[in-house]
Ligand binder design. Structure first.
Ligand SMILES: [Zn+2]
Length: 163
């Protein structure tokens, strides 16, 4: 298997996942070497490096599926929700993460429900931003790419789609 991958890779999906140690996409989906191109950032936050990495998979390698994978009990989303409530500045570059997640915060819900709802909304927001990237949108329109959102539940170890 390893030898067959020396000459090249043809992964079937790009998975943009959180950095959380409990949610490695290869293990969540029981995939092996060469199957998934994984891009990971806390809270699946987009920046130029993340966008470039996702674009590399979809445009240069021609991977036909991008999945944004959020998860239950996401610390990055929790921190963003709490930072907005307290007004505290988070240390170092962590504030950048909170700033990116903030537009997804669900102000209808409160407490843990707000965090949980924001996790789902954040997946939707990131998925929409990717779908709005012109080069990616062109491939979607041509039927060559799908961009989907999903959530992994720590309690059940199940992944379900987010529309
Ligand atoms: Zn997380």
């Amino acid at each position: 298997m390893r030898q067959s991958l020396v000459s090249g890779q043809k992964p079937f999906a790009v998975v943009l996942a959180c950095v959380d140690s409990r949610v490695p996409p290869e293990l969540v989906f029981d995939q092996g070497l060469g199957d998934l191109m994984t891009v990971r950032s806390a809270g699946t936050v987009l920046d130029e490096a993340v966008l470039g990495s996702v674009a590399y998979g979809a445009l240069e390698l021609g991977i036909p599926l991008i999945m944004v994978l959020g998860h239950e009990s996401c610390g990055a989303v929790s921190a963003a929700v709490r930072a907005e409530q307290t007004g505290d500045q988070l240390p170092a570059h962590i504030q950048y993460l909170a700033d990116q997640i903030r537009p997804a915060i669900d102000h209808v819900q409160h407490g843990d429900a707000r965090i949980d709802s924001t996790i789902t909304r954040n997946v939707g927001m990131v998925r929409k931003r990717l779908a709005a990237e012109r080069d990616l949108a062109d491939r979607v329109a041509a039927g060559k790419l799908a961009i989907v959102g999903a959530r992994y539940e720590l309690h059940s170890q199940r992944v379900h789609a987010i529309t």
